[in-house]
Design a protein around this ligand. Structure first.
Ligand SMILES: O=C(O)CCC(=O)C(=O)O
Ligand SMILES: [Fe+2]
Length: 517
């Protein structure tokens, strides 16, 4: 059981600084250790040289006189004893000060699990091949970094634990290819492996689980070819042959998880390369100068992405100073994001892998300004809105498809209950690759751009949930993603966005939809 306060390193980039500092500390200590080691080697080399010189001298002498003999015997007895003691004495690792290291927080198994899941989801969403990822080719872009065989094997093992055999096989084959690429390997890399035999043996295991018996046996044979004397592999191979003989066709296979569900959660158009529906193509931009008097002086560039549901982009809504202030003040407070589960409890879920922190609207100068600007740009009453939530996603970070509302339609009009009428998402950085906000029902994919706000109504004008507002925070491929969300309550906006029969009557509203023409 992991404590609640564990930093979950893979779920954002903000704790990466801690990890880098820790690595820096450890490396410096290790450096101190190697200095001591080389000092020792230097002393030994000096001793060898001394002894060789003495030895040569002694060999040249015709006969051993008393002094010579005495000194030689003393040398053989005492000096070698001294050397033995010196050689036996370990070069103390106290430099590393393990106790201190233990106190620092090291990534744990759970962090590797998070990181592996992030790659799995990213791969599934963008349809990437394992071997491409291993070679640094990510969704059409070639990067100058690769994954080592050991990383590919770790991915393979992670997927095997989830019975995802097909993709596990792909990763192990990528590991074998990475091995063949013969990137320069240090002694340490060779020491920790994996050997090619280990990779083939794992391949054999996966293929057996897939009931691809012929190929499983072949993989084991390849493993034995690379390590003919490995008793464990040999025994496993023998067991497998025996198992095959007794394998009944009715024996159940450990089935792979259902990918159709996965496609719902991680929609295939996060890349933004899917065709937009025809009726969404004739949309337009306007300068909004109508939802607040101040906008007559400084209109807001507003781009309509969809009329029904109403989805828009508001441009240039954050200044660089405001963005920097929000990001820097959230850094020390940000924690793994929580969501509400079916039992109405908060939990750190698998389908939302980010870190976040709440800020009141008047938390600082920047949040005050953003609140005011958002009120003007939307024509809605910010007194009836939730605090800001600052969110950071790390690599592979996602928020799987969901709705932002929390009530069922029949509960929405019960007195006292408040729901999220609109969502506003401020993008606080340009994400180098991936990380779009995507609406699977509309095929709209919005890539983060600093200072832009994405806004939509979750409820249509009759107050019911608009099912096409389902949306996804797509996996980040490269870099990290900073967003700030603010949800606007339905309660309190009755005069600005009253109930209407149709969104086509929007001209009667005082809120932002009145820009629809
Ligand atoms: O990060 C995104 O793009 C979406 C975030 C989101 O949907 C949410 O916070 O509810
Ligand atoms: Fe959302």
């Amino acid at each position: 059981q992991i404590e609640d306060t564990h930093p979950r390193f893979a779920r954002s980039v903000v704790n990466m600084d801690d990890l880098l500092n820790m690595e820096d500390h450890l490396v410096s200590k290790l450096e101190g250790y190697t200095e001591k080691l080389s000092q020792k080697a230097k002393t030994i080399r000096w001793g060898i040289q001394q002894m060789r010189e003495q030895l040569e001298k002694r060999k040249m002498e015709e006969s051993f006189d008393l002094f010579n003999r005495y000194s030689f015997i003393r040398h053989m007895q005492a000096n070698w004893l001294m050397w033995k003691r010196y050689l036996d004495k370990p070069v103390i690792l106290d430099e590393l000060n393990y106790r201190k290291v233990e106190n620092l927080r090291m990534p744990q198994e759970l962090d590797l699990f998070d990181a592996s899941e992030a790659i799995r989801r990213m791969q599934a969403t963008y349809g990437m091949l394992s071997n491409d990822i291993a070679k640094g080719f990510l969704d059409g872009v070639q990067y100058n970094s690769t994954l080592a065989p050991i990383d590919c094997l770790a991915m393979g093992r992670h997927l095997m634990n989830q019975s995802r055999w097909t993709i596990a096989e792909q990763w192990i084959l990528a590991g074998i290819k990475a091995h063949d690429r013969k990137d320069p390997q240090t002694e340490m890399m060779l020491l920790r492996g994996p050997t090619k035999a280990e990779l083939f043996r794992t391949l054999g295991k996966v293929r057996f689980e897939m009931r691809n018996i012929g190929e499983a046996l072949k993989a084991y044979q390849a493993a034995l070819k690379h390590s003919p004397r490995d008793l464990e592999i040999f025994q496993e191979y023998q067991n497998l042959k025996r198992r095959v003989l007794t394998l009944s066709p009715s024996e159940p296979i450990r089935e792979e998880p259902n990918d159709d569900i996965e496609e719902m959660e991680l929609p295939p158009c996060c890349s933004g390369r899917c065709e937009r529906p025809q009726k969404l193509k004739r949309l337009y931009c306007v300068y909004n100068c109508v939802t607040a008097p101040f906008l007559r002086l400084a209109p807001i560039k507003t781009e309509i992405l969809s009329v029904d549901p109403f989805v828009i982009l508001l441009h240039d809504m954050v200044s660089p100073t405001e963005g920097a202030l929000i990001r820097s003040s959230s850094k020390n407070q940000i924690l793994p994001s929580e969501t509400v589960n079916a039992a109405n409890e908060f939990e750190v879920a698998k389908f939302r892998t980010s870190k976040s922190v709440w800020f009141d609207s008047d938390a600082n100068e920047a949040t005050l300004k953003l609140t005011q600007r958002l009120g003007e740009a939307t024509g809605l009453d910010m007194k009836h809105s939730e605090p800001f939530q600052v969110i950071n996603y790390g690599i592979g970070g996602v928020f799987e498809s969901h709705f932002d509302t929390s009530l069922a339609d029949e509960d929405r009009f019960v007195n006292g209950y408040i729901d999220r009428l609109a969502t506003t998402l401020f993008y606080l950085n340009d994400v180098p690759q991936g990380g779009a906000t995507h609406f699977p029902g509309l095929n709209i994919t919005v890539f983060p751009k600093f200072g832009t706000v994405l806004m939509w109504y979750n409820l249509h004008t009759e107050g019911l949930l608009h099912v096409r507002t389902m949306h996804t925070g797509c996996p980040v491929i490269v870099g990290s993603k900073w967003v700030v969300s603010k949800w606007i309550d339905d309660k309190g906006q009755e005069f600005r966005r009253p109930c209407l029969r149709s969104h086509l009557d929007s001209k009667y509203l005082s809120s932002i939809e009145k820009i629809i023409i």
